[in-house]
Design a protein around this ligand. Structure first.
Ligand SMILES: [Zn+2]
Length: 233
């Protein structure tokens, strides 16, 4: 499938997940003229093994890293919801956050992590972000009686066209990222606090091999894979 959406809303559980799952596609679409908004659901304030690190300091570091990575990808706007890492809940507050951002930006494509991945263990924030994003797309942001308080913010109901789920066991869409794989890797490197403690892991090699594996399934050199759900006909 080769098309460029006009507006893409990316819901990432933590700073860095969107780069790993969809960074090549985000960079490709941004380059082709799409407006990309990145919604960062948690502040990643538990992601450190350093005993001297505090959550407040880590959240500030990760926000800075995320802004730098988003800039590399060509993202137009980053929204930080600032929920605590590993404490995300499927509650009215979080659902309202995502519905508000969907109504505000009116995306034709929403991207997030597949909440139904079974083949591998899953972080609870990933499961909950995927699930709540799907609920926010349909039916919550569509129905004017859901979160009626948004009307006071001047926001109207919105129907999203497609949801792209990364990290899926059942990927059905492979996007050629040969022009943007290096941008994806550059963006990932901005998450220094996450990469620095794993000096023994060759991130670049890991990302390249992943992209080659995804490409092989579909006759492409390097790709990212998604399960795509069409919401509207
Ligand atoms: Zn994560």
């Amino acid at each position: 499938m080769s098309f460029t959406p006009k507006t893409v809303l990316v819901c990432t559980p933590h700073p860095d997940d969107a780069e790993i799952g969809a960074g090549g596609t985000i960079a490709k679409w941004a380059k082709e003229g799409a407006k990309v908004v990145l919604v960062v659901c948690t502040n990643g304030d538990k992601g450190s093994a350093d005993p001297e690190m505090t959550s407040a300091r880590l959240a500030a570091i990760r926000e800075k890293e995320q802004r730098a990575a988003a800039k590399v990808l060509g993202v137009s706007e980053v929204v930080f919801l600032n929920h605590s890492d590993s404490e995300l809940e499927d509650n009215r507050e979080f659902r309202g956050d995502l519905v508000r951002e969907i109504r505000r930006h009116k995306p034709d494509v929403v991207m997030t992590t597949d909440p139904h991945r079974r083949g591998f263990y899953q972080h609870r924030d990933h499961r909950i972000t995927g699930q709540v994003t799907m609920d926010a797309v349909f039916p919550l942001s569509r129905d004017h009686l859901s979160f009626p308080e948004h009307k006071e913010l001047g926001l109207e109901p919105h129907k999203t066209g497609y949801v792209y789920l990364w990290g899926s066991d059942n990927a059905d869409t492979h996007i050629d990222i040969s022009d943007t794989l290096s941008t994806k890797i550059e963006a990932l490197k901005r998450h220094e606090s996450q990469i620095a403690p794993r000096r023994n892991v060759d991130f670049e090699k890991f990302m390249r091999e992943n992209a080659e594996r995804a490409g092989k399934e579909n006759g492409l050199k390097v790709a990212e894979s998604f399960r795509v759900i069409e919401m509207r006909r």
